[in-house]
Design a protein around this ligand. Sequence first.
Ligand SMILES: *Cc1c(COP(=O)(O)O)cnc(C)c1O
Length: 427
Amino acid sequence: MLYQRSSQLFAEAEKVIPGGVNSPVRAFKSVGGTPIFVKEAKGAYLYDEDGNKLIDYINSWGPMILGHAYEPVVNAVIEKAKLGTSFGMPTEIETKIAELAVSMVPNIDKIRFVNSGTEACMSAIRLARGFTDREKIIKFKGCYHGHSDSFLISAGSGAVTFGSPNSPGVTSGTAKDTLLATYNDLANVESILDANKGEVAAIIVEPVAGNMGCVPPAKGFLEGLRALCDKHGTLLIFDEVMTGFRLAKGGAQELFGVNADIVTFGKVIGGGLPVGAFAACNEIMNYLAPVGPVYQAGTLSGNPLAMAAGLTMLQEINKDSELFTRLEEKTAYLERGMRKVLNDNKVAYTINRVGSMISVFFDEREVVDFDTAGYGNNDTFKKFFHGLLAEGVYIAPSSYETWFITDALTYEDLDYTINAVNKIFAS
Ligand SMILES: *Cc1c(COP(=O)(O)O)cnc(C)c1O
């Protein structure tokens, strides 16, 4: 395939946009090459500026769970746009989507809409801090909760020690309030809580990690976090920006039967428009302005276009009782097919999968946390990425990302993909 026009467009973009992209994950830094410029997309396929057709396994990093340019969502947005795109005043549709979300997700009474997953997580920890009157939070190494300062903290050595910022611009003052723990390691979490008694406002976790590749919670991990939070008066925040409305109607809370105190959303909930949200029981949500003292606001929050896309998306998901079964079956089929060809070709690998989140690591060792996820970040992954791309299959340009399976994929697409994987390693 040729990427002449994409390369040209990228060169032009680089002159006026840092790195030519508006979000770093779009760059091909870890795999090499230049990013592909998309012209349009429909269903499971991307069409780029050079006229190539690509089977899409990223789907805008999650939102397009029903496929690109999904007609009911597109139509809802078009109709809403004609009536005005933002008022900065309340609209009925905000209540409608809130009612539907509250009815689908376990254990929440109220929800507030924002413009991104980043905003949702940032606001959730402010709310947790205000509610508990405590300052520290625990996050897990390798979990991503958006780019707000408190979350851009990487591990030092011991997780009990204070984190150090992993981006210039994050102050050490902010970093000292973020304590780092190891995913799937309850003893580690417990020791951090014990060392910081009465000081930890919240533990924030991706209930299925998707930002170090797909890393499922070990059996008992989420239940253990729940118990530790209860014991220490700490709030448990499930960051369901990726898992919400993807793993089940009620997200990971429903799938694993574990309740969080605050849940954050993004991606699917916006149907492809910029939407995030955070939700909790009345007691916690009423701590938020204008009812309570914790301030949070947004000029475009809950704007009619975003709400029309999100509401339509949630309605479609809510009425389709077979959706999550189909997604599970399609992704399991892809997993089986890839396992077979990777085994046949004697490739060292690990595949992790929960529902429609799946990732391939090129190392045979189990991947359970950030350090083990690093094993698969290697040359085989680059070969895999570029090999798939050459066959017209687009996966995330980093081994630290999950694939987002869309219901628009057909079994022919999946067979084609499995065959493409075989070609890469048979040669
Ligand atoms: C994508 C993501 C975010 C950030 O959402 P944005 O809309 O990109 O700000 C936060 N948490 C998780 C788990 C995510 O996957």
